[in-house]
Design a protein around this ligand. Structure first.
Ligand SMILES: [Zn+2]
Ligand SMILES: [Zn+2]
Length: 311
């Protein structure tokens, strides 16, 4: 197996592209994939201020590293959801990376603010941990991006994540969620711009990237997501990919190119107003964050005032 770039010995083979790379050219391949996504979907420019949502896992750290290597101005935000050892290790990995690259990373600690964890809030709302976690994280990321004045928030969702959630949304015809499958969501009515620059690369590819660059990440899966349905969809798509390489990319990018006009362009403009409690944008009277916090007997406004005090 030989590197398609330098014809030297290759150690990485990417089946869906039928391409092999040596380590050096593999890193170049990854940077190119990210750069192509940024340019094609017009995610952001080098003049803009980028905030990277970093969990401490391979994807978000690889993304942050690639953006810095490509010359973007990118700070991090880490949300500590307070679930014991896993959260402690995750935070350590993020701190180590940020100090090794000399970049700024904000931390929001849910347990410090509310003296409780995500599991309590989810149970009080009769919701799955992943769904409550998603609501809280999205709320914090949006609030932070707007309050601190970043142009865009980027997340480490990769091709595996996006194709698995597309499969789930299509299986249940959750048309309202299909809109958020796009790798770029423009800034609108109080919502910050959001981008997913890793949408062209897979789990395996970000793992290899971190290994080559010696980026220390949390390899354990979040203990709360062990039963997540998205893992079943990922597994199904991997089986499909094994028998027919490229199907995952075809499924996701086919949707982006050809499905868009059926789901997004025809969708009526969402009526967005300001949450009656916190003022953040929502499609209902009270946003889902405030609803969940109130049901758990917690003050939704405490988060915003704590963030404002600390920035
Ligand atoms: Zn090479
Ligand atoms: Zn609210």
């Amino acid at each position: 197996m030989w590197c398609i770039k330098c014809k030297g010995p290759a150690s990485i083979y990417i089946r869906r592209h039928n391409s092999a790379f040596c380590e050096e050219h593999y890193l170049e391949y990854m940077r190119k994939q990210v750069e192509r996504a940024i340019e094609y979907y017009k995610m952001f420019t080098r003049e803009e201020k980028i905030l990277v949502a970093v969990s401490g896992g391979k994807d978000s750290l690889a993304l942050w590293d690639i953006l810095l290597d490509l010359g973007y101005t990118a700070d991090g935000i880490h949300i500590d959801i307070g679930i014991g050892e896993y959260s402690i290790i995750s935070k350590e990995k993020v701190r180590t990376f940020a100090s090794s690259r000399g970049v700024k990373c904000y931390e929001v600690n849910l347990k410090d603010i509310y003296q409780t964890s995500i599991t309590y809030i989810a149970r009080k709302n009769n919701r799955s941990y992943c769904s409550t976690c998603g609501v809280i994280k999205r709320y914090i990321m949006n609030l932070f991006t707007v309050l601190v004045g970043y142009d865009v928030i980027v997340t480490g969702h990769n091709l595996d994540d996006e194709s698995a959630s597309l499969l789930g949304n299509v299986l249940h015809w959750q048309i309202e969620y299909l809109r958020s499958q796009f790798p770029i969501m423009p800034k609108e009515l109080g919502f910050s711009r959001k981008a997913k620059p890793l949408c062209r690369v897979t789990d395996e590819e970000t793992t290899k990237y971190c290994d080559i660059k010696c980026i220390n990440y949390v390899s354990e899966r979040c203990p709360l997501s062990k039963k997540a349905q998205s893992l079943v969809y990922k597994e199904l798509l991997s089986q499909l990919e094994a028998s027919s390489p490229g199907s995952k990319a075809q499924f996701y990018f086919g949707f982006l190119e050809r499905g868009k006009r059926y789901f997004v362009e025809k969708q009526e403009t969402l009526s967005i107003s300001n949450c009656k409690i916190c003022g953040q944008p929502t499609t209902e009277d009270i946003c889902s964050f405030c609803r969940q916090m109130r049901r758990a007997g917690l003050d939704p406004l405490l988060l915003k005032s704590t963030i404002e005090r600390n920035i």
